[in-house]
Design a protein around this ligand. Structure first.
Ligand code: GDP
Length: 426
């Protein structure tokens, strides 16, 4: 079966949780390869409704080994809270392995994230304030902690004291806050050490063995292509690569092992946080789409923040699929558009009087105006449908128009939030 990356082609919230929960029925391993608890993957199945933050979306299947790869930002208290919440809701104890090289989000990462957003005021990035940017900054600065560092308390304390020398200067001088001690940082982590030891192992060995046995491995992306720090709408991006190209690194597999890249493309647009968003709807049209979107309206699964919404953006989605290296597309939340008489689709931007069809850099994007084409709506519910043939002609027309615009075959249609609401075209 091989290795499949399932990743977002837009700004995130494309329905990856639902898609992975559906496809994990046939999986042996599901791996999270980047990001942390800053995003929520919504899953609705026979156990209930869940917003998974750190746990891979294979946790509902007892046969699946779920892996947190070295590319992830591991927030330990959040990990165990999420794990225990699943058990309390009747989900059988999932198998979750954490790479021994995964690094840990520390108290000062969260603190610095909050303080910096406060300091930036109206110039803030819309961070989820969960310490993700300071965490990855420390990783690059080589002052991060790998999870196995927690198993040697003496060395650990010395490392943290060293790091705090610099952090406390910034706390005092820039943010006018009291200093932190190693004890402040460690008190929330050390109680978890015995439980952590049950999960931490060499996940590279597990993955390479599974690869040799031709097992079915899913690599689960977080957020979407346009949030990638190198290829997205920098600086309104996240701090780790959201691309399938990074999945091999963040999981621990050879790049050539990834055979399929399923890019999730949302049938309309949504975006959380700051940054240019060309097709954004701000008036009553936007209110209505936000209310009808998702499974309970478009509100952040982690933060509860109202998501910005807009019409489908072919320029951004085509680019998102390209930088993901999509081999196939899953078009998601198609059912949501069933209330419209006609559906606007942005097929180009106008920037300084010029028509543009290649996704530009952030500065240009801020000047872009959408150029719309209008497709007929279908004015009906489609969530009960399970084959492409039975869909109304207007739905097929919308799907095939988008397929032609983005140039990648649309193999899957997600027509509702429940794991069963999925149509496979071939
Ligand atoms: P993710 O981060 O990519 O997993 O996406 P989120 O969970 O943040 O947001 C997707 C939202 O859409 C959630 O509320 C899902 O329950 C919902 N959802 C996913 N797929 C579909 C779909 O095909 N139709 C509808 N109506 N909702 C969906």
């Amino acid at each position: 079966m091989g290795v499949t990356a399932i990743v977002g082609a837009n700004w995130g919230d494309e329905g990856k949780g639902k898609m992975i929960d559906s496809l994990a029925a046939q999986a042996d391993i599901v791996v999270r390869f980047q990001g942390g608890r800053n995003a929520g993957h919504t899953v609705i199945n026979e156990y209930g409704r869940f917003a998974l933050h750190l746990l891979p979306a294979g946790v509902f299947y007892p046969q699946v080994v779920n892996i947190i790869g070295p590319g992830v930002a591991l927030d330990i208290p959040a990990f165990f809270a999420e794990y225990d919440d699943l058990i309390s809701k009747g989900v059988p104890s999932p198998v979750v392995k954490i790479s021994q090289r995964t690094q840990v989000v520390l108290r000062y990462h969260r603190l610095f994230d909050e303080l910096e957003e406060e300091r930036l005021k109206e110039r803030q990035f819309g961070s989820t304030k969960m310490g993700i940017a300071p965490f990855y900054a420390d990783k690059c600065l080589k002052v991060g902690l790998q999870v196995t560092d927690l198993f040697d308390e003496q060395k650990l304390r010395a490392k943290i004291e060293q790091v705090l020398k610099a952090k406390n200067v910034v706390l005092a001088e820039l943010y006018k806050k009291p200093p932190l001690t190693a004890a402040d940082v460690l008190e929330e982590l050390l109680p978890y050490v015995p439980r952590l030891k049950e999960h931490v192992c060499d996940t590279t060995v597990i993955l390479h063995r599974a690869l040799a046995e031709n097992k079915n491995i899913i690599l689960e992306g977080q957020l979407g292509a346009l949030r990638d720090p190198d290829h997205g709408i920098y600086p309104f991006t996240t701090s780790s690569s959201t691309l399938a190209g990074y999945a091999a690194v963040g999981a621990g597999l050879p790049p050539y092992a990834i055979e399929r890249i399923i890019a999730l493309v949302k049938a309309y647009s949504s975006c959380v946080g700051a940054g240019p968003f060309v097709t954004e709807l701000t008036g009553p049209e936007g209110e209505e789409l936000r209310r009808r979107g998702g499974d309970r309206g478009e509100y952040g699964a982690t933060t509860g923040r109202p998501r910005r919404v807009g019409w489908f953006d072919a320029v951004a989605s085509r680019y998102g699929c390209r930088v993901q290296g999509a081999t196939e597309v899953a078009l998601t939340l198609v059912d949501v558009l069933g209330y419209l008489d006609q559906i606007p689709v942005c097929t180009a931007y106008e920037i300084d009087g010029q028509k543009v069809t290649d996704f530009p850099v952030t500065g240009e994007l801020e000047k872009a105006r959408p150029v719309y084409e209008y497709l007929p709506g279908w004015k009906s519910g489609i969530s009960h449908m399970r084959s492409y043939e039975e869909l109304p002609e207007a739905v097929k027309n919308y799907v095939e128009f988008i397929e032609a615009q983005i140039g990648i075959p649309v193999r899957w249609l997600s027509v509702g939030p429940h794991r069963d609401c999925l149509i496979k075209r071939w």
